[in-house]
Design a protein around this ligand. Structure first.
Ligand code: ATP
Ligand code: MG
Length: 373
Protein backbone atom coordinates (compact mmCIF):
# COMPACT_ATOMS: atom_id res chain seq x y z
CA UNK A 1 0.00 0.00 0.00
CA UNK A 2 1.22 3.41 1.07
CA UNK A 3 4.48 2.15 2.40
CA UNK A 4 5.61 0.61 -0.87
CA UNK A 5 4.56 3.79 -2.64
CA UNK A 6 6.73 5.92 -0.34
CA UNK A 7 9.63 3.49 -0.64
CA UNK A 8 9.46 3.67 -4.43
CA UNK A 9 9.31 7.43 -4.33
CA UNK A 10 12.29 7.56 -2.04
CA UNK A 11 14.46 5.25 -4.15
CA UNK A 12 13.59 7.25 -7.25
CA UNK A 13 14.61 10.39 -5.41
CA UNK A 14 17.90 8.86 -4.22
CA UNK A 15 18.72 7.53 -7.67
CA UNK A 16 18.25 10.97 -9.23
CA UNK A 17 20.36 12.54 -6.56
CA UNK A 18 23.14 10.00 -7.12
CA UNK A 19 23.07 10.59 -10.88
CA UNK A 20 23.27 14.37 -10.50
CA UNK A 21 26.17 13.99 -8.12
CA UNK A 22 27.93 11.61 -10.48
CA UNK A 23 27.54 14.11 -13.29
CA UNK A 24 29.13 16.79 -11.14
CA UNK A 25 31.93 14.46 -10.12
CA UNK A 26 32.62 13.47 -13.72
CA UNK A 27 32.88 17.10 -14.80
CA UNK A 28 35.08 17.80 -11.86
CA UNK A 29 37.41 14.87 -12.52
CA UNK A 30 38.20 16.35 -15.95
CA UNK A 31 38.32 19.98 -14.90
CA UNK A 32 40.82 19.64 -12.01
CA UNK A 33 43.66 17.95 -13.95
CA UNK A 34 43.32 20.46 -16.79
CA UNK A 35 43.60 23.45 -14.46
CA UNK A 36 46.49 21.86 -12.59
CA UNK A 37 48.35 21.07 -15.81
CA UNK A 38 47.94 24.63 -17.06
CA UNK A 39 49.20 25.88 -13.74
CA UNK A 40 52.35 23.73 -13.83
CA UNK A 41 52.84 24.52 -17.49
CA UNK A 42 52.87 28.21 -16.58
CA UNK A 43 55.66 27.63 -14.08
CA UNK A 44 57.64 25.62 -16.58
CA UNK A 45 57.27 28.18 -19.38
CA UNK A 46 58.33 31.00 -17.05
CA UNK A 47 61.38 29.03 -16.03
CA UNK A 48 62.36 28.12 -19.60
CA UNK A 49 61.83 31.59 -21.10
CA UNK A 50 63.32 33.24 -18.01
CA UNK A 51 66.46 31.11 -18.23
CA UNK A 52 66.73 31.89 -21.92
CA UNK A 53 66.30 35.60 -21.11
CA UNK A 54 69.11 35.45 -18.56
CA UNK A 55 71.35 33.63 -21.03
CA UNK A 56 70.87 36.22 -23.77
CA UNK A 57 71.47 38.66 -20.89
CA UNK A 58 68.64 41.17 -20.96
CA UNK A 59 67.20 39.64 -17.73
CA UNK A 60 68.95 39.49 -14.36
CA UNK A 61 68.81 36.48 -12.04
CA UNK A 62 66.96 38.68 -9.54
CA UNK A 63 64.32 39.57 -12.12
CA UNK A 64 63.84 35.90 -12.99
CA UNK A 65 63.44 35.05 -9.30
CA UNK A 66 60.85 37.80 -8.95
CA UNK A 67 59.04 36.58 -12.05
CA UNK A 68 58.91 33.02 -10.73
CA UNK A 69 57.56 34.26 -7.40
CA UNK A 70 54.81 36.19 -9.21
CA UNK A 71 53.80 33.18 -11.23
CA UNK A 72 53.71 31.04 -8.09
CA UNK A 73 51.60 33.69 -6.39
CA UNK A 74 49.22 33.49 -9.31
CA UNK A 75 48.76 29.75 -8.71
CA UNK A 76 46.96 30.34 -5.45
CA UNK A 77 43.99 32.38 -6.76
CA UNK A 78 43.65 29.99 -9.68
CA UNK A 79 43.44 27.06 -7.31
CA UNK A 80 40.98 28.93 -5.14
CA UNK A 81 38.85 29.60 -8.21
CA UNK A 82 39.07 25.89 -8.84
CA UNK A 83 37.63 25.16 -5.40
CA UNK A 84 34.92 27.74 -5.95
CA UNK A 85 33.78 26.08 -9.15
CA UNK A 86 33.60 22.81 -7.24
CA UNK A 87 31.43 24.33 -4.54
CA UNK A 88 29.16 26.01 -7.11
CA UNK A 89 28.83 22.69 -8.92
CA UNK A 90 27.82 20.66 -5.92
CA UNK A 91 25.56 23.33 -4.47
CA UNK A 92 23.92 23.47 -7.88
CA UNK A 93 23.01 19.82 -7.45
CA UNK A 94 21.73 20.40 -3.91
CA UNK A 95 19.81 23.51 -4.91
CA UNK A 96 18.10 21.58 -7.66
CA UNK A 97 16.93 19.02 -5.11
CA UNK A 98 15.77 21.71 -2.71
CA UNK A 99 13.74 23.42 -5.41
CA UNK A 100 12.19 20.12 -6.38
CA UNK A 101 11.08 19.62 -2.80
CA UNK A 102 9.76 23.17 -2.58
CA UNK A 103 7.92 22.60 -5.83
CA UNK A 104 6.19 19.47 -4.52
CA UNK A 105 2.59 19.94 -5.41
CA UNK A 106 0.38 21.01 -2.57
CA UNK A 107 -2.71 18.90 -2.96
CA UNK A 108 -5.26 21.42 -1.75
CA UNK A 109 -5.60 25.13 -2.33
CA UNK A 110 -7.24 27.73 -0.16
CA UNK A 111 -9.88 29.83 -1.83
CA UNK A 112 -9.24 33.54 -2.00
CA UNK A 113 -12.44 34.34 -0.15
CA UNK A 114 -12.20 31.39 2.24
CA UNK A 115 -14.15 31.85 5.43
CA UNK A 116 -12.70 31.75 8.93
CA UNK A 117 -15.05 29.73 11.06
CA UNK A 118 -14.87 31.09 14.58
CA UNK A 119 -16.76 28.42 16.43
CA UNK A 120 -18.45 25.23 15.35
CA UNK A 121 -20.92 22.65 16.57
CA UNK A 122 -18.89 19.78 15.16
CA UNK A 123 -21.08 18.22 12.48
CA UNK A 124 -19.02 16.42 9.85
CA UNK A 125 -20.88 15.19 6.81
CA UNK A 126 -19.73 13.31 3.71
CA UNK A 127 -22.01 13.55 0.70
CA UNK A 128 -21.70 11.19 -2.29
CA UNK A 129 -17.95 11.34 -1.99
CA UNK A 130 -15.71 9.81 -4.62
CA UNK A 131 -11.93 9.99 -4.61
CA UNK A 132 -8.92 8.77 -6.60
CA UNK A 133 -5.22 9.46 -6.09
CA UNK A 134 -3.78 11.31 -9.10
CA UNK A 135 -6.12 10.04 -11.79
CA UNK A 136 -5.72 6.44 -10.72
CA UNK A 137 -8.65 4.17 -10.14
CA UNK A 138 -11.03 5.53 -7.49
CA UNK A 139 -10.32 4.31 -3.96
CA UNK A 140 -13.47 5.79 -2.35
CA UNK A 141 -16.93 5.53 -3.93
CA UNK A 142 -20.52 6.47 -2.94
CA UNK A 143 -19.37 7.51 0.48
CA UNK A 144 -22.18 8.98 2.61
CA UNK A 145 -21.81 9.57 6.32
CA UNK A 146 -23.28 12.12 8.72
CA UNK A 147 -21.42 12.47 12.00
CA UNK A 148 -23.48 14.55 14.44
CA UNK A 149 -21.79 16.85 16.98
CA UNK A 150 -20.26 14.89 19.85
CA UNK A 151 -20.80 11.58 18.11
CA UNK A 152 -18.04 8.97 17.84
CA UNK A 153 -17.74 6.93 14.66
CA UNK A 154 -15.32 4.10 13.98
CA UNK A 155 -14.16 3.16 10.52
CA UNK A 156 -13.06 -0.44 10.12
CA UNK A 157 -12.15 -2.61 7.16
CA UNK A 158 -9.29 -4.60 5.72
CA UNK A 159 -5.94 -3.10 4.81
CA UNK A 160 -6.16 -0.93 1.71
CA UNK A 161 -9.94 -0.49 1.96
CA UNK A 162 -9.49 3.30 2.08
CA UNK A 163 -9.78 4.15 5.79
CA UNK A 164 -6.76 6.44 5.97
CA UNK A 165 -7.85 8.05 2.74
CA UNK A 166 -11.19 9.02 4.31
CA UNK A 167 -9.32 10.42 7.33
CA UNK A 168 -7.06 12.50 5.10
CA UNK A 169 -9.98 13.86 3.10
CA UNK A 170 -11.84 14.72 6.31
CA UNK A 171 -8.86 16.80 7.44
CA UNK A 172 -8.63 18.19 3.89
CA UNK A 173 -5.24 16.88 2.89
CA UNK A 174 -7.02 15.90 -0.32
CA UNK A 175 -10.20 17.09 -2.00
CA UNK A 176 -12.68 14.54 -3.32
CA UNK A 177 -13.22 14.51 -7.10
CA UNK A 178 -16.94 14.13 -6.62
CA UNK A 179 -19.28 14.96 -3.76
CA UNK A 180 -18.61 17.16 -0.76
CA UNK A 181 -17.41 17.15 2.80
CA UNK A 182 -19.28 19.56 5.03
CA UNK A 183 -18.33 20.99 8.39
CA UNK A 184 -21.42 22.43 10.08
CA UNK A 185 -22.90 22.75 6.61
CA UNK A 186 -19.91 24.56 5.08
CA UNK A 187 -17.98 22.85 2.30
CA UNK A 188 -14.45 22.20 3.60
CA UNK A 189 -13.15 23.84 0.44
CA UNK A 190 -14.77 27.14 1.48
CA UNK A 191 -13.08 27.21 4.89
CA UNK A 192 -9.64 28.71 5.44
CA UNK A 193 -7.00 26.06 6.11
CA UNK A 194 -5.77 27.87 9.19
CA UNK A 195 -9.16 27.66 10.87
CA UNK A 196 -9.62 24.11 9.66
CA UNK A 197 -6.57 22.25 10.88
CA UNK A 198 -3.44 24.38 11.30
CA UNK A 199 -2.46 25.65 14.71
CA UNK A 200 -3.64 29.24 14.91
CA UNK A 201 -2.44 31.67 17.54
CA UNK A 202 -6.00 31.48 18.81
CA UNK A 203 -6.27 27.71 19.02
CA UNK A 204 -10.01 27.77 19.69
CA UNK A 205 -10.36 28.55 16.02
CA UNK A 206 -8.70 25.38 14.77
CA UNK A 207 -11.46 22.85 14.38
CA UNK A 208 -10.03 19.55 13.19
CA UNK A 209 -7.19 17.67 14.85
CA UNK A 210 -5.73 14.53 13.34
CA UNK A 211 -3.53 11.83 14.84
CA UNK A 212 -2.12 10.21 11.70
CA UNK A 213 -1.33 6.54 11.23
CA UNK A 214 2.38 7.36 11.09
CA UNK A 215 3.30 10.10 13.51
CA UNK A 216 5.90 12.41 12.10
CA UNK A 217 8.13 13.83 14.80
CA UNK A 218 10.27 16.83 14.00
CA UNK A 219 13.89 17.25 14.87
CA UNK A 220 13.71 19.21 18.11
CA UNK A 221 12.75 18.90 21.74
CA UNK A 222 9.81 16.94 23.13
CA UNK A 223 8.27 20.26 24.12
CA UNK A 224 8.55 21.64 20.59
CA UNK A 225 7.00 18.51 19.20
CA UNK A 226 3.93 18.86 21.40
CA UNK A 227 3.74 22.63 20.98
CA UNK A 228 3.52 22.03 17.23
CA UNK A 229 -0.25 21.92 17.87
CA UNK A 230 -0.24 25.41 19.35
CA UNK A 231 2.97 27.34 18.95
CA UNK A 232 2.43 29.85 21.75
CA UNK A 233 1.42 27.31 24.40
CA UNK A 234 2.68 27.80 27.94
CA UNK A 235 4.64 25.13 29.83
CA UNK A 236 1.58 24.43 31.99
CA UNK A 237 -0.63 23.87 28.95
CA UNK A 238 1.93 21.53 27.40
CA UNK A 239 2.31 19.54 30.57
CA UNK A 240 -1.46 19.26 31.00
CA UNK A 241 -1.81 17.95 27.44
CA UNK A 242 1.02 15.47 27.95
CA UNK A 243 -0.55 14.25 31.18
CA UNK A 244 -3.94 13.73 29.54
CA UNK A 245 -2.20 11.83 26.75
CA UNK A 246 -0.37 9.62 29.26
CA UNK A 247 2.94 10.94 27.96
CA UNK A 248 4.10 12.98 30.96
CA UNK A 249 5.62 10.07 32.87
CA UNK A 250 7.80 8.72 30.09
CA UNK A 251 8.86 12.25 29.17
CA UNK A 252 10.00 12.87 32.76
CA UNK A 253 12.07 9.70 32.56
CA UNK A 254 14.21 11.26 29.82
CA UNK A 255 17.41 12.89 31.08
CA UNK A 256 16.32 16.39 30.02
CA UNK A 257 12.56 15.92 30.43
CA UNK A 258 10.60 18.14 28.06
CA UNK A 259 13.84 19.64 26.77
CA UNK A 260 15.16 16.30 25.51
CA UNK A 261 15.96 16.26 21.82
CA UNK A 262 14.09 13.66 19.78
CA UNK A 263 16.02 11.86 17.07
CA UNK A 264 19.20 10.07 16.13
CA UNK A 265 21.41 11.86 18.65
CA UNK A 266 18.72 12.26 21.28
CA UNK A 267 16.01 10.13 22.80
CA UNK A 268 14.31 7.49 20.71
CA UNK A 269 10.59 6.92 21.04
CA UNK A 270 8.65 3.70 20.66
CA UNK A 271 5.61 3.56 18.39
CA UNK A 272 3.29 3.89 21.36
CA UNK A 273 5.19 6.86 22.73
CA UNK A 274 5.15 8.62 19.38
CA UNK A 275 1.41 8.15 19.21
CA UNK A 276 0.94 9.59 22.67
CA UNK A 277 3.01 12.64 21.66
CA UNK A 278 0.70 13.02 18.66
CA UNK A 279 -2.35 12.76 20.91
CA UNK A 280 -0.88 15.40 23.27
CA UNK A 281 -0.37 17.63 20.23
CA UNK A 282 -4.04 17.40 19.31
CA UNK A 283 -5.26 17.75 22.91
CA UNK A 284 -3.23 20.94 23.18
CA UNK A 285 -4.93 22.29 20.10
CA UNK A 286 -8.29 21.30 21.58
CA UNK A 287 -10.27 21.02 18.34
CA UNK A 288 -13.99 20.25 18.23
CA UNK A 289 -13.43 17.35 15.83
CA UNK A 290 -10.72 14.72 16.23
CA UNK A 291 -9.62 12.09 13.76
CA UNK A 292 -7.52 9.23 15.01
CA UNK A 293 -5.85 6.90 12.55
CA UNK A 294 -4.56 4.20 14.82
CA UNK A 295 -1.04 2.93 14.16
CA UNK A 296 -0.93 -0.57 12.71
CA UNK A 297 2.13 -1.62 14.68
CA UNK A 298 1.46 -3.93 17.57
CA UNK A 299 1.83 -2.49 21.06
CA UNK A 300 2.61 -4.28 24.26
CA UNK A 301 -0.42 -4.56 26.54
CA UNK A 302 0.82 -1.87 28.93
CA UNK A 303 1.18 0.87 26.33
CA UNK A 304 -2.01 -0.41 24.73
CA UNK A 305 -3.74 0.32 28.03
CA UNK A 306 -2.12 3.77 28.29
CA UNK A 307 -3.11 4.61 24.74
CA UNK A 308 -6.70 3.49 25.29
CA UNK A 309 -6.91 5.88 28.24
CA UNK A 310 -5.44 8.78 26.28
CA UNK A 311 -7.83 8.08 23.41
CA UNK A 312 -10.74 8.34 25.85
CA UNK A 313 -9.45 11.78 26.86
CA UNK A 314 -9.18 12.71 23.21
CA UNK A 315 -12.79 11.77 22.42
CA UNK A 316 -14.38 13.31 25.49
CA UNK A 317 -16.96 15.88 24.41
CA UNK A 318 -15.76 15.93 20.81
CA UNK A 319 -16.96 14.69 17.46
CA UNK A 320 -14.61 11.83 16.71
CA UNK A 321 -13.71 9.63 13.81
CA UNK A 322 -11.49 6.72 14.73
CA UNK A 323 -9.83 4.19 12.51
CA UNK A 324 -9.27 1.15 14.64
CA UNK A 325 -7.18 -1.87 13.82
CA UNK A 326 -7.80 -3.48 17.18
CA UNK A 327 -11.55 -3.82 17.33
CA UNK A 328 -11.43 -3.91 21.13
CA UNK A 329 -10.85 -0.14 20.95
CA UNK A 330 -14.25 0.61 19.52
CA UNK A 331 -16.78 -1.56 21.32
CA UNK A 332 -18.52 1.53 22.72
CA UNK A 333 -18.49 4.01 19.84
CA UNK A 334 -21.87 5.31 18.66
CA UNK A 335 -21.57 3.97 15.14
CA UNK A 336 -19.32 1.52 13.35
CA UNK A 337 -18.84 1.89 9.61
CA UNK A 338 -17.38 -1.02 7.70
CA UNK A 339 -15.45 -0.12 4.57
CA UNK A 340 -14.45 -2.58 1.86
CA UNK A 341 -12.74 -1.60 -1.39
CA UNK A 342 -13.68 2.04 -0.81
CA UNK A 343 -17.38 1.43 -0.23
CA UNK A 344 -19.44 1.28 2.92
CA UNK A 345 -20.76 -2.24 3.27
CA UNK A 346 -22.23 -2.11 6.79
CA UNK A 347 -23.13 0.41 9.51
CA UNK A 348 -24.42 -0.09 13.01
CA UNK A 349 -23.43 -0.43 16.64
CA UNK A 350 -21.18 -3.21 17.80
CA UNK A 351 -24.12 -5.21 19.14
CA UNK A 352 -26.17 -4.73 15.97
CA UNK A 353 -23.34 -5.71 13.68
CA UNK A 354 -22.42 -8.77 15.70
CA UNK A 355 -26.07 -9.86 15.65
CA UNK A 356 -26.18 -9.25 11.90
CA UNK A 357 -23.35 -11.72 11.41
CA UNK A 358 -21.88 -9.92 8.40
CA UNK A 359 -18.47 -8.52 7.56
CA UNK A 360 -17.88 -6.86 10.95
CA UNK A 361 -18.84 -10.01 12.82
CA UNK A 362 -16.37 -11.88 10.63
CA UNK A 363 -13.52 -9.40 11.26
CA UNK A 364 -14.30 -9.42 14.97
CA UNK A 365 -14.33 -13.19 15.09
CA UNK A 366 -11.01 -13.24 13.25
CA UNK A 367 -9.31 -11.02 15.83
CA UNK A 368 -10.98 -12.77 18.68
CA UNK A 369 -9.59 -16.08 17.56
CA UNK A 370 -6.18 -14.70 16.63
CA UNK A 371 -5.55 -12.97 19.94
CA UNK A 372 -7.02 -15.95 21.77
CA UNK A 373 -8.96 -14.13 24.49
N1 ATP B 1 -0.53 8.57 -1.58
C1 ATP B 1 -1.10 7.60 -2.31
N2 ATP B 1 -0.99 7.57 -3.65
C2 ATP B 1 -1.56 6.62 -4.39
N3 ATP B 1 -2.29 5.62 -3.89
C3 ATP B 1 -2.45 5.58 -2.56
C4 ATP B 1 -1.87 6.57 -1.69
N4 ATP B 1 -2.20 6.27 -0.43
C5 ATP B 1 -2.96 5.15 -0.48
N5 ATP B 1 -3.13 4.73 -1.75
C6 ATP B 1 -3.94 3.57 -2.18
O1 ATP B 1 -5.30 3.81 -1.84
C7 ATP B 1 -5.91 2.64 -1.32
C8 ATP B 1 -6.46 2.90 0.08
O2 ATP B 1 -5.39 3.17 0.94
P1 ATP B 1 -5.58 3.56 2.47
O3 ATP B 1 -4.25 3.99 2.98
O4 ATP B 1 -6.69 4.55 2.58
O5 ATP B 1 -6.01 2.17 3.13
P2 ATP B 1 -6.27 1.80 4.66
O6 ATP B 1 -7.65 1.27 4.74
O7 ATP B 1 -5.93 2.95 5.52
O8 ATP B 1 -5.24 0.60 4.90
P3 ATP B 1 -4.43 0.21 6.23
O9 ATP B 1 -5.40 -0.53 7.11
O10 ATP B 1 -3.35 -0.69 5.74
O11 ATP B 1 -3.92 1.46 6.86
C9 ATP B 1 -4.85 1.56 -1.37
O12 ATP B 1 -5.07 0.81 -2.54
C10 ATP B 1 -3.55 2.31 -1.45
O13 ATP B 1 -2.58 1.58 -2.16
MG1 MG C 1 -4.44 3.29 6.86
Amino acid sequence: GNEQYEINRFSEFSRNYREENLKATRFWSIFVPIINTLNELGNLLTLVFGAWGVMVSHLTIGELAALLTYVTLLNKPINRFNGLVNIIQSSGVSAKRIFQILDTKVEVKEKENAINLTSIQGNLKFEEMEFAYHNNQSVIRNFNLDIQPGMSVALVGSSGSGKSTVAKIAARFYDPQKGRVLLDGHDLQDISLSSLRFGEADATRTHIGIVPQETLLLYGTVRENIAYGKLDATDQEIEAAAKAANAHDFIMDFPDGYKSIIGEQGVKLSGGQRQRIAIARVLLKNPQIVILDEATSALDSESEQLIQESIKQLFKGRTSLVIAHRLSTIADVDLIVVLEKGEIVETGTHTELIAQGGRYAYLYELQFVKSGN
